[in-house]
Design a protein around this ligand. Structure first.
Ligand code: N01
Length: 558
């Protein structure tokens, strides 16, 4: 039986049923699912020379995940879950990259991936109902479906300080780290940025560098990760019960089943509240954020209790009170920026080889030949590390030059912030699917599970179209508008819009800050998606019937 029926001219080697962008967690699973389970002809384009996405690019010292690896891993195949063993509770970047390479080999994925190939244009051809996709190397293909598995945090910001071109030393972005490593021994190092990446890399560089100068703009509420070697008993217990563990995970807000927050930080006694915070602090990782009290992101007074608790715990670890004051955040509520986790971060500021520069007090003026000049003094550096974050969530998709129906660019459509239906589909851009796109739970949901859910949804949608002779699938405008409004309403009921954070858009020139995530939780989101499917893809336009010319040939992969 023909799988996708396509016209003869589209059965050429440069036509695919689906093109997938990116070979990280999303792209690898999408390739396996669409090619091996649906039998489609699929091509993956990946800018890097290897698989891994985020875990390929972010090879800086200290990079590791902060969701327990037994959960932060694929669930789609029982054997894969059983055969892989994590050596630590929170795996380091090299181990996660090894895992993704194992997945690529196990499912023979590399043969359908074009490496070192960046998608630079994708134009919808309404006549032929295909995407015309151009790549940086000049190659071009067409595809019925375009699937963006390009990640949420994959386009690093590269701040160009005045005078960068005069710097005599080496400059590295954490998000584009050289794969043969960087030698910090005996060097003077400057790091700009104290988000999750900065906190991880700073802690490691402080162990090696002759001198480290940290340029901090906004102090962070970093709390202990408490990584430990994998516990064989816990591993065995989870592996013995993996299907149930995963099912339970998917019924939670964030895709990890180990959190049981109490309803409110305000309805317990101060002693009980302290006990809960201490317990969560000692447990490490996301426990404080997700496992303490349900109202810390909703109620200012509840948030004040946890923010103050964390300030107190940070200050205990810093010898110099004036330095502690600079390192402790006071002007935004805990959790309104994505919380970073640390292992010995604050202690490094007690070392004689580490200096903190608060760039809100003494802004960076320029980079000189020998270091970084602030309004106060020049800080010598042989190496400059930029841990300055990402053009988050929308950046990777907007980087591809996507043009939909009637010549509308995605950049124009999203000029005032992203607009999607379910974070999966965009009106005016038929047969385009976003994996963990804006206005889906994305980074608030354990990413491998979030990715699997989206890829499964996309595969089911393609299957539905095939069975029903539907040529294009696309969000209806009204459904998209309603979904955007719903996501804004949810985030407006929280404290998130109070703070500039990478998951917000707007916030400058008087524009409202709008959250780019669906924050109703993974479980609620999954229910909504299931209902959309049960109601015949409610909110999607699936009315375009395949024309007679589309019958006959098969693109099925043999
Ligand atoms: O990026 P960020 P990140 N001058 O945007 C500062 C995930 N992640 O790469 O806050 C001076 O958080 C900026 O200052 P400010 C995780 O989801 C996970 O660290 O804008 N400073 C901030 O301090 C995370 O949240 C892991 O005032 C400048 C920093 O640079 C997300 O990725 C590990 C500046 C950027 O912080 C992003 O984290 C790593 C300038 N011109 C990342 N421009 C795990 O552990 C920017 N900054 C799983």
């Amino acid at each position: 039986m023909a799988y996708l029926d396509i016209p003869a001219e589209q059965s050429s080697p440069s036509h695919f049923d689906a093109v997938v962008v990116g070979a990280g967690f999303a792209g690898l699973y999408a390739l396996h699912k669409l090619r091996d389970q649906l039998g489609l002809r699929v091509r993956v384009f990946e800018a890097g020379h290897g698989v891994g996405g985020t875990w390929f690019w972010n090879q800086y010292p200290g990079a590791r995940c902060d969701v327990e690896s037994l959960h932060y891993s694929y669930s789609f195949l029982a054997e894969l879950q059983q055969e892989w063993n994590w050596s630590e509770k929170y795996a380091s970047q090299p181990e996660i990259l090894a895992y993704l390479n194992h997945v690529a080999d196990r499912f023979d994925l590399r043969s359908d991936i074009s490496f070192e190939t960046r998608v630079t244009s994708a134009v919808w051809n309404e006549h032929d109902r295909v995407w015309e996709i151009g790549c940086g190397d000049g190659s071009a293909v067409t595809a019925r479906y375009l699937i963006c598995g390009s990640g949420n945090l994959s386009v690093p910001k590269d701040p160009q300080f005045d005078g960068m071109e005069n710097f005599d030393g080496e400059v590295y972005l954490t998000g584009r780290w050289p794969h043969d490593g960087v030698n910090f021994e005996g060097k003077k190092v400057a790091v700009v940025g104290t988000g999750s990446s900065g906190i991880q890399v700073i802690t490691e560089i402080a162990k090696k560098a002759d001198h480290l100068t940290v340029f901090q703009r906004t102090p962070n509420y970093a709390t202990p990760l408490r990584n430990v070697p994998a516990d064989p008993e816990r591993t065995a217990a989870i592996k013995a019960n993996y299907p149930q563990v995963r099912e339970n995970a998917r019924k939670t807000r964030g895709g990890v089943p180990d959190y049981n927050p109490l309803p409110s930080a305000l309805t317990v006694t101060p002693e009980e509240r302290r006990r809960v915070f201490d317990e969560c602090w000692d447990a490490g990782g996301f426990q404080l954020y997700v496992g303490s009290f349900q109202d810390i992101l909703i109620d200012k007074s509840a948030n004040a209790t946890i923010s103050e608790y964390i300030r107190e715990r940070i200050s205990e670890r810093i010898d110099n009170p004036a330095l502690a004051e600079k390192l402790i955040p006071t002007d935004y509520p805990y959790g309104t920026k994505r919380p970073p986790f640390e292992t010995g971060y604050y202690e490094i500021f007690n070392q004689p080889n580490v200096t903190l520069v608060d760039v809100r007090e003494t802004p960076i003026v320029s980079v000189t030949s020998g270091g970084v000049l602030t309004t106060d003094s020049e800080h010598e550096a042989d190496i400059l590390v930029l841990a300055t974050g990402f053009d988050a969530i929308t950046g990777p998709v907007l980087d591809m030059g996507i043009i939909g129906r009637d010549g509308e660019t995605l950049n124009d459509k999203w000029a005032h912030g992203p607009r999607t239906y379910l974070g999966l589909s965009v009106h005016g851009f038929p047969n385009l699917f976003l994996v963990t796109g804006p206005q889906s739970p994305s980074v608030l949901y354990n990413m491998p599970l979030a990715i699997e859910d989206h890829v499964d949804f996309i595969a089911d949608a393609i299957e539905y179209c095939r069975r029903n002779g539907v040529e294009t699938i696309e969000a209806r405008l009204a459904a998209e508008d309603a979904w955007v409004a719903h996501t804004v309403e949810l985030s407006d009921a929280t404290l998130l819009p109070e703070t500039d954070a990478w998951w917000m858009t707007g916030g400058t020139n008087g524009k409202p800050r709008v959250c780019m995530l669906y924050i109703g939780g993974a479980a609620a989101y999954r229910e909504i998606c299931a209902k959309v499917v049960a109601d015949g893809y409610d909110g999607f336009d699936v009315s375009a019937q395949r024309s007679a010319s589309f019958a006959g040939t098969s693109s099925r992969r043999e």
